[in-house]
Design a protein around this ligand. Structure first.
Ligand code: MG
Length: 235
């Protein structure tokens, strides 16, 4: 068969064929710098009060607020957000105690639990060796950070994370594992790292079906401080 010129022109690809116009991505104004929340952020702590938080039992959070930050009050327990979240982008700043005390897991230990189940470790890992999958930036007892991006104790540090929750079938079995990407002080330390299950101090991660959950900060007995905490829901 002889192809006509017309047949060729009909088959000629049009660049418009691959243009996608709908939906149009929403406009989000960036903050002044990485630490300033964008316009659609949910502010969880702006330095003034713990109104967005409770203690682990759902009663008033008793951590110390002052100088624009909140600090673990030893023995008062973890604090968690009143609001629950699924997939989120998180920005959080934290500071290990300037006065260095203890070593290993006992130095500046706290943590950020997504859905109250999966811990992104907070630890003073500046000249403080511990097991790699338990140092700052680890997904505790699951995945070590790519690098140690820690600043000195007493200096403010940042985590910027994208957390995608595990998805479950109606019968409670795992449909798709969760994943996390984390920048520590602007440096990539996890890229789409698989969440293997719940954070366990002893034993293997477990698969536990759940829906949205609070963000929880750990009282590990060290006076670690936090400030400028905000999330963006990713749905
Ligand atoms: Mg911890």
């Amino acid at each position: 068969m002889i192809m006509t010129t017309a047949a060729f022109s009909q088959d000629k690809p049009d660049p418009k064929d691959t243009e996608v116009w709908k939906p149009e991505p929403a406009i989000v104004s960036p903050g002044k710098d990485i630490s300033h929340p964008p316009s659609d952020a949910i502010i969880l702590f702006d330095g003034r009060n713990l109104d967005s938080w409770t203690d682990a039992r759902g009663e008033a959070a008793r951590w110390t607020v002052g100088n624009g930050s909140m600090t673990v009050a030893k023995g008062t327990g973890d604090v968690k957000t009143k609001q629950t979240f699924g997939d989120i982008q998180l920005h959080i700043e934290w500071r290990s105690p300037e006065k260095v005390e203890g070593d290993g897991q006992g130095r500046g230990n706290s943590g950020i639990f997504f859905c109250e189940l999966y811990e992104l470790q907070v630890l003073d890992s500046y000249n403080n060796r511990t097991y790699s999958n338990g140092q700052a930036g680890s997904i505790y007892k699951q995945s070590m950070p790519m690098v140690n991006a820690s600043r000195r104790p007493g200096e403010w540090q940042t985590y910027d994370a994208v957390f995608i929750t595990p998805k479950f079938n109606p019968d409670g079995t795992l449909n798709a594992p969760g994943h996390i990407t984390v920048f520590h002080n602007g440096i990539l330390i996890h890229h789409h790292t698989e969440i293997k299950g719940t954070t366990e101090y002893i034993g293997k991660p477990r698969i536990v079906a759940h829906g949205k959950g609070s963000l929880r900060l750990q009282d590990h007995g060290n006076p670690t401080s936090f400030r400028n905490i905000w999330v963006r829901e990713l749905n």
